[in-house]
Design a binder for this molecule. Structure first.
Ligand code: SF4
Ligand code: SF4
Length: 476
């Protein structure tokens, strides 16, 4: 189906012109302005054609009572123009998200492309991205996405049985087939895509099933895993980042740690260098000591990933589309002034400055940085507020991957391929297996745990799911 867009003014083909410049263009880039930033545009606001149970956008509809939830031409033009003007670097990311952005129809995005051409400076390059549920894609859409080199993020929660638990349509029906149809169309047209999987209490117990499905069936080489943490507000809704209890859809902290660790174990033995898992990549960057992990949640500070609503309102972050984090509207104030406002700079540094002591003294702080402030609503063991709900999971995960990470970073520092880690680990594990084979049940376990073999790695022979040793085999 190809949908034609008519904006609410009734003008299907508005003339692109300069009359929409309602915000004063700044003569100078303000002090402290980031040279580049990431702005997620929500042209349909919270409106979506599906009804995923855990979607944190759907309730946002109540923030704009009576709105038509369609980005109008003046806002679209101001958005594209100001985004380009605000970038001091020549690479600009134009990112569309929802709700469901494809609801706007193709003509809206054709206009967006024309506006990019109108305002681009010589030498500028653009990365067009869109996060979609994939269900409205058709051949016309995919041809357009290919023509403009879009990078598409498609949301899939795993194989059918896991995906259909929460990702349902307005009638509560399953969506797996529709999403996979969209994915196959993207593949047919050669559109670049990656897969976003939300990790919830149901699929959280099936890491290998999810990972292998994404790799082998959905055939992606780039995946991201986003934990579902829904805070319950005093009024029982999940509209705001308030409240210290979570819904029963939310992933448990330890469950998320096990989920990531299990996927890491599969990846580090088979897929290094050919499958990209965003959380693992971010960890590798932090182990390596790079200035940014590439994920705001694992950086020391944040504040350069904002959101723009359908009416031009800009919020501090996609996860904080709520009144206290509204910075202003681009039709009154130029975007760069909002992005570099004291309120936004304070938002970004608060990620670091509000860490409880427990985090400041944590041995994996360099990798975790207390993750996202939206999830910091529990107390530390000594009673200080502001600890991340997922802390136990992150501690587990970052300790679990330390040894292979050190091997990979060591390899890269010596100019070698990180993928060599697979061979190194396989060699070490063969050595351990030989040692275990020679060990009697009541002897001390060779791993050095101090336990009898039968209570430690000897259980593996009986079928228990113990992890393989994380340290090199002793050189006997
Ligand atoms: S609040 Fe969380 S999601 Fe938003 S920019 Fe900061 S770390 Fe990222
Ligand atoms: S693992 Fe826990 S204690 Fe350590 S930085 Fe992360 S949230 Fe804080």
């Amino acid at each position: 189906m190809r949908s034609e867009v008519h904006d609410e003014s009734g003008d299907a083909n508005p003339v692109i012109n300069d009359t929409t410049e309602t915000a004063t263009r700044p003569l100078l880039i303000p002090d402290g302005a980031p040279p580049a930033f990431h702005l997620l545009a929500k042209p349909t606001g919270a409106i979506c054609n599906l009804d995923c149970a855990y979607c944190f956008f759907l309730e946002k509809e109540s923030l704009y009572p009576g709105s038509g939830f369609r980005m109008q031409e003046p806002v679209l033009e101001a958005y594209i123009r100001q985004l380009i003007e605000s970038h001091q670097l020549n690479q600009v990311n134009i990112a569309w998200q929802g709700g469901e952005p494809t609801i706007m129809g193709l003509d809206f995005y054709r206009r967006a492309m024309a506006l990019v051409e109108k305002y681009r400076r010589p030498g500028m390059t653009f990365l067009h991205t869109m996060q979609t549920n994939g269900t409205l894609l058709d051949d016309d859409w995919c041809a357009f996405l290919k023509e403009h080199n879009f990078l598409i993020g498609i949301s899939i929660d795993g194989p059918r049985a896991l995906h259909d638990i929460y990702r349902v349509d307005k009638g509560g029906g399953p969506t797996f087939d529709k999403v996979m149809r969209g994915l196959r169309l993207l593949q047919k047209h050669g559109v670049e895509y990656n897969i976003l999987t939300t990790v919830n209490r149901q699929n959280g117990d099936h890491p290998l099933e999810v990972y292998r499905f994404l790799r082998d069936e959905a055939k992606t080489d780039w995946m991201q895993f986003i934990p579902v943490v829904e805070r319950i507000n005093d009024d029982g809704r999940t509209l705001l980042q308030q409240g210290s209890t979570v819904t029963d859809r939310s992933v448990r902290p330890e469950q998320f740690g096990r989920f990531l660790s299990t996927i890491f174990d599969e990846w580090v033995r088979n897929d290094v260098g050919r499958i990209y898992v965003q959380t693992i990549e971010a960890a590798a960057r932090n182990w390596y000591g790079m200035p940014s992990s590439g994920m705001c949640v694992f950086n020391e500070t944040c504040g350069t990933g904002l959101a723009i609503e359908h009416n031009g309102d800009i919020y501090s972050c996609d996860h904080f589309v709520e009144p206290n984090f509204l910075l202003g509207n681009i039709q009154q104030t130029h975007m760069i002034e909002l992005v570099s406002s004291p309120q936004q700079l304070a938002f970004g540094t608060a990620k670091r400055d509000t860490l409880p002591r427990y985090c400041r003294e944590c041995d994996v702080r360099f990798a975790c940085h207390g993750e996202c402030p939206k999830n910091r609503f529990i107390d530390t063991p000594d009673g200080e507020p502001g600890l991340n709900y997922l802390c136990a999971g992150f501690k587990h995960f970052f300790h679990h991957i330390d040894y292979p990470m050190q091997i990979m970073v060591g390899l890269m520092r010596r100019g070698r391929q990180a993928a060599e880690v697979m061979q190194i680990l396989a060699g070490e594990e063969a050595k351990w297996a030989a040692l275990f084979a020679k060990t009697e049940r009541n002897q001390p376990c060779p791993c050095g745990s101090g336990l009898k073999f039968k209570l430690c790695h000897g259980q593996q022979a009986a079928g228990a799911a113990l992890p393989p040793p994380r340290r090199p085999a002793p050189m006997h």
